[in-house]
Each structure stands twice: as C-alpha cells, then as structure tokens.
Design a protein around this ligand. Sequence first.
Ligand code: PRX
Length: 635
Amino acid sequence: MGDDFRASFRVQSEDRLAFWAEQSRHLHWHKPFTKTLDWTNPPFAKWFEDGQINASYNCLDRHVLEGRGGRIAIFFEGEPGDTKTYTYSQLLAETKKAANALLDLGVSEGDRVALYMPMIPEAVISMLAIARIGAVHSVVFGGFSAESLRSRINDAQAKLVITADGGFRKGKAHPLKEAVDQALENNSCPSIEHVLVVERTKSEVIMSDKDVWWQDALGKAATDHVAVGFDAEHPLFILYTSGTTGKPKGILHTTGGYLTGASYSHRVVFELNSEKDIYWCTADVGWITGHSYVVYGSLANGATQVIYEGTPDSPNFERWWEIIAKYKVSIFYTAPTAIRTFMKIGRSVVDGHDLTSLRILGSVGEPINPEAWHWYHDVVGGSKCEIVDTWWQTETGSIMISPIPHAFKTKSGSAQRPLPGITVGIVDENGVPVKSTHDGSEAGYLTIDEPWPSMLRGIWGDPERYVETYWSKFPGKYFAGDGARFDEDGDIWLLGRIDDVIKVSGHRLSTAEIESALVEHHWVAEAAVVGAKDEITEQAVVAFVILRQDELGDAPNEEEIGKVLGNWVTEKIGAIARPRQIMVVSELPKTRSGKIMRRLLKDVAEGRPVGDTTTLADSSVMNAINDKLHEGATD
Ligand code: PRX
C-alpha cells in the first residue's frame, strides 16, 4: 500500500481534480458526473454537481448486489453483554423498513430529522434510512441536555426526532426519551410532528399522541424500498459543533463530496482490506468521527465493524480489550484521552488480553502526546502496529492530515502530512507562509489552501457566518482555528486551538457557550471560562465567576456555589461542559478596552506564575485572584 500510495500521490499532484474524480468513482453513481468541481463562487464549492448519488445505496445495496450481502456489517456489543450481528443484507432490510416507516410518518426529501440515541445499531439504521429518502439528519449527542437538544431541533426546524427509551451507560439505563419530552414540553419545538422511540432499556416512558414505537412503525412498514439518486450537492446532514461564539453552528455536509472524502480516507488511512479486517472506531455517532468512520466511510467501503454501546469501564476497564480479543479487531480508532486514562490505570488491564490481531491504531480529536503515543504503540499495539494520528474537524468532514501506513516513518506526536488531494499551509498573522528555522518552521496558523470534496458547504441558515468564520481571516484559504508548525522534515505538528474553542476528552466546547450558560444563572453577574491543561482529558473547564451579592440569599459557601453552578451548566449544555473548578472572584482581569484577558486566567488555572499584566486596566485584579488561590491552597 505504501508504494501504491506514493505513486498515486504523484498522480494527484499533477492533476488534483482528476485524482478526486477517480476516488469518487469508487462509489456507485446513479447518474455519473461530468464536472468535478465548480469553484467559481468561492467559498461556495460544488463537487460532482451534475451527478446523482444515494449514500444509503452506497453503504448497503451495492454490497448486496455485488455479492457481499452475507458479510458481517456490524458486530454489536451492548453494554450489559447482549450481542447482535447484522450482515449487509440484514442491515439493508432493516434500513428499507425504517425508510418506509419514515415516509409513513410524513418525512420527505429535504426534511430534517433529529436523532438523540444511544450507540446501538438502530442509530446507524436511522441515519441510513434518512439519507436513503433524501431527508437530512441532525444527530445530537445523547450526553447533551434537553435544552441543547431543543435549540438544535429548532435551529434545524426538524420534523421528527428519533430516540430510545434509554441507553446503557456505566451499568445504568440512561434516560433519553425523558429528555426529549423535556425538550418538547409546552410546544417549545413546534416543527416536531412525531417522536420515534426505539425500545432498548425497557425503562418506563410516557408515550403521547405524537410518539410512535420504532418496533411498531417498522413492523407495519413495507419491506421493499428502491433508493433513487439525489443530486451530489443534496444535503446529507447537519451536525452542530461549538465555535468561538455562544451559539453552536450547524455544519452542513452534502452527499457526493462528503461520501467521497469519508470513504477514500477510510480506505487509505486504515489500509483497509474489507474482506479481512475487523474494524472498530469507538466514537459515538453524535460526533463527526461517528458519522464518517462508523457510518459512512466504513460502510461505503464494505467493512466489518464492531459497535459497542457503553463506556470503557463497564463493568470494568478490561472491557475494551476483551472486545478486541473477542472479535479479533485489526484496526482500532480512538481518542488520546482514552489512552491516557488507561495509562494511568496501568498496563495490567491490557496485558491480560490477546491483542495480536491488531494491525493499525488510529488516534483522533486532540494532539496525542509522545508518552501516550508510545504507550499506545507498545502496550496496546505490541510494538508492531502502525499508528495513524489523524487530524481533521467536523467542518472538514474527513481526515485531512495523517500518516499513511507503511508510506512514512511515523513520529510520536506528529500527524505528519496532508492526505493526497489535500493542500495545507501554515501562515503567520498576515497570511504569509511561516519562516523556516533550523528545526523546521516557526509556529503559525493552519490553513487548507484548496477546496476538497468533503468540505462543509456552509452553516445551516447562516451563509455569512460561514464566510466570516472560515474564509475571511486569510482570504482564499480555509482557516482551521489550529496552530501548527513544520519540523525539519516538513512534517506537521499540531499545536492545539488558537481560539476560544477547547477540547475536553476530545469533545469540542466553546468557552463563550459555557460563559453564557453561567451568566444565565441569577447568582452570576459575570463569568470567564478557560481550558486548563489536564493530564487525562487534555483540557478541563475552569470557570471564574463574579457573583451578584443581592441574589445570593443565605450566603452559600464556595463549595455549594460550585455545585449549584456545576449542575446548572450540566442542565444547560450537558455533563461534558461541567466545570472541573469554579472560582468565585470579585473582579476579572480586563484590558482597558474591556476585553477579558483569558490568558492570565489560564495561567492561574494551570498553576503558573501570571504572565505580563501591563495591558490590564487594573493590575491589582490579578494579585487579588492569585492571593485568593494561595489562600485556597493553604486551607
Ligand atoms: O483542534 C483540532 C482537534 O480537534 C478539532 C476539531 O474538533 P471536532 O470538530 O470536534 O472534530 C474532532 C474529530 C475529528 C481540531 O480543530 N484535533 C482533531 N484531531 C486532532 C486534533 N488536534 C491534534 N491532533 C489531531 N489528530
């Protein structure tokens, strides 16, 4: 594969568009395209515009029609230990019924459908059924709160929600339908006509007139469904993600280009042999990794994959390694946070299992530090697996920068090179390529310099924000929001976000969103949130709040305040956004123009001496915060 790849790399540099057209022809086109890219109105790209394609057909029907129907598509492992296997034929049959059930419920082409589901096969079936009829899915991670779900449903004007009575997490049934009820109460999501409910945990749920059991709807639905082609630029899904402002952005992906990027990257980065490999990506479908590498990329490539419902520690930390040994997983894709968690527990939980089937180990979501890389390589991979550190984003749709197995000598902590077909750069504040230094280059901003098939097509309902957020800082180039530098071999090292987006356990959060949740509480006058370095989760949320003394009532102590405000953030956004620490302060450090200096707060939160305070309007503020922290430490 390495040599083939180097050869195709040469081809693509000679003719990038022909290269992408060739990758795209690995898919089935209902109507072949004649035009590869229209970039006459940048940054609004149209890929394969006159072609017609069906994503669900590519993930299912094609394999069955070409004789692969008996191949296992999904080995499902429920958290309580129940298992279920779907061949491609069975997955297709279920998806056809689900597509018909959706049509019966009045969903049609272009309608949005929200998903709020556990990691069970029905989540995958739902996504493929929605795509099959040309509707648009918007998956909301099951860990988000009812309020977050409500705002996403309303932004997308979804017509239907698919959920489950619950999902198993950490040995318990985690309620989902209840959160949907809460999101919809008092007619707060008027666009919703029905809620489709999968029975998973058998938890008690209240079913209203709008609510329909999945099992009933599919039981009644016709079994056959013919997938028709949709225009390549037909919307496939919206996925909300955090930006630098308070409101999450609905990232829009369309069909032909997205599927090309997801399937191509899955094939080359994981060196997939769909007849032999057993693939497992641990991501939830609530995130882009679950979309591209649990659903679209892997199924379009006819892979056999494992889907596990629960958390890595259920019933104990042996679980993941038992699953790898049981199914003989050969390609494993997870996040550095998980690796660091296992590192802390110690290698004994891994060592007792036969992991010799592993061949390729992938990492995604945040920079992987060299120690975690080596542990992954040596302890999990038995020092014989290739590690692919894959850099990409919700917006890019598919992997942009990654080593290709056997094509490069990998380095611990570097994502290395853009994939063939992708052009990236690193520039300074003025958009000028960074200067070379004796060991590579200075640090700068990562850009993607030419359009690529799986690029986002916009922000749902806000074309201006799309242009402004991604394409205006460096005109003509996509600004990723990450810092990066080249080393002396020209390999890329990612340096983390340079904006107010933070990464907690690989999950993307916005400091502004958490701040606005905090100030919605009547106790809080002002809030500042920073991402502080954390040994396991990469970053952790640390909040500084100024309280409204007149609202506090019976003067709760700081611990109680922390608890109440922590619960509040969980309720407003979800448990993943809950601050690790909430510090009550009397003032926040601000510049003379009134901007909060988060850099200084980050110093405090990370226990460093506070940096330059000369631009502060009142330099005594930081002394007060520091003194307070000091008091806390000696208590
Ligand atoms: O900062 C980068 C980081 O994750 C951000 C994108 O987050 P999200 O849209 O949630 O997608 C995550 C899964 C693709 C990026 O801007 N990031 C992702 N992968 C890496 C990474 N940082 C360093 N190395 C990576 N391999």
